[in-house]
Design a protein around this ligand. Structure first.
Ligand SMILES: [Zn+2]
Length: 293
């Protein structure tokens, strides 16, 4: 399946366009990261992400165009507002740098192919969700609902049959690829969102407390629909693993074994989904070849 191969051949004649493409996509990532900062700041406050222009949260002064250049604007100002000298959160350059790096890595994985477009949209949505969850412990519907719709659309327009041999060689053998892909998206969504919802329900029955926000469930509907069930299982596995490490670390640091402590699980699911998107195929194939066949 072509969609899942590395299309980049680092031959002599193709090295220049690849390097140029990588540079452009990385710079594009920094610019999108700058927009994601606006999303991360304004969406939880239910403000428009388009108007007004960026302002200093401390003094309200409009931010000049040249101060708004990703990463470099922050460095030139030494992390302080030009007008009132209030410190600017290091989150701003961090989001810009992270988006730039992840866009670059996504390009290395996809090359200049059509799936690159939805993959970059997916990465951007996950970055916004992770940082909003870290600060506010919410995963806003205005991101997860359109994310789910776009994931389904992408799966219809660019059929991806990975993990669906039981459908494409079985009962749906004669169906067009996009219908099989859409079925795969629905299976992935059920595996992602459904399993999380079920665990949350069971936990609530057993312990009488809410364990899982519905935001996590909706986010995993989106992730599951886009990545399909094998990479969704990997996403949950990586998310639970990272979340457990973080939870144990936090408990040791606070020196109080408070099991009711709430961790924004969306952060770890988000990290898991990025790992799955970028390297999941290699991890799953390695696992299958070592432990299943
Ligand atoms: Zn200011």
């Amino acid at each position: 399946m072509l969609l899942w191969q590395f299309p980049i051949q680092l031959g002599d004649d193709s090295l220049l366009p690849v390097t140029l493409g990588l540079a452009l996509v990385t710079i594009f990532g920094a610019v999108i990261g700058s927009f994601l900062n606006v999303v991360i700041h304004r969406v939880p406050r239910e403000e428009s992400v388009v108007f007004p222009n960026s302002r200093c949260p401390a003094c309200g002064a409009a931010i000049k165009f040249h101060d708004n250049i990703p990463i470099f604007g922050y460095l030139a100002l030494r992390g302080r507002c030009r007008n009132c000298r209030a410190p600017i959160s290091a989150r701003y350059p961090a989001v810009e740098a992270l988006t730039a790096v992840l866009f670059g890595l996504t390009f290395v994985r996809d090359g200049l192919t059509l799936p690159l477009i939805p993959d970059l949209v997916f990465v951007a949505a996950i970055i916004a969700l992770v940082f909003i969850d870290a600060e506010h412990m919410i995963l806003p519907n205005v991101i997860t609902y359109p994310g789910l719709a776009l994931a389904l659309l992408a799966r219809v327009l660019l059929p991806n049959l990975y993990g669906l041999s039981f459908l494409s060689e079985g009962s749906l053998a004669n169906w067009p690829a996009w219908t099989v892909s859409l079925c795969g998206a629905l299976i992935g969504a059920i595996v992602g969102g459904g399993s999380l919802w079920l665990v949350g329900q069971l936990w609530e029955k057993l312990r009488g407390v809410e364990a899982m926000g519905l935001g996590d469930v909706k986010m995993m509907f989106m992730v599951g629909a886009y990545l399909g069930w094998p990479l969704t299982l990997l996403t949950i596995f990586v998310g639970v693993l990272l979340g457990s490490f973080a939870g144990v670390g936090l408990m040791a640091w606070r020196r109080e074994p408070d099991m009711q402590m709430m961790l924004p699980f969306g952060i770890f699911l988000g990290l898991g989904s990025i790992v799955s998107l970028l390297a999941g195929m290699h991890i799953v194939n390695w696992y299958v070849s070592h432990y299943i066949t």
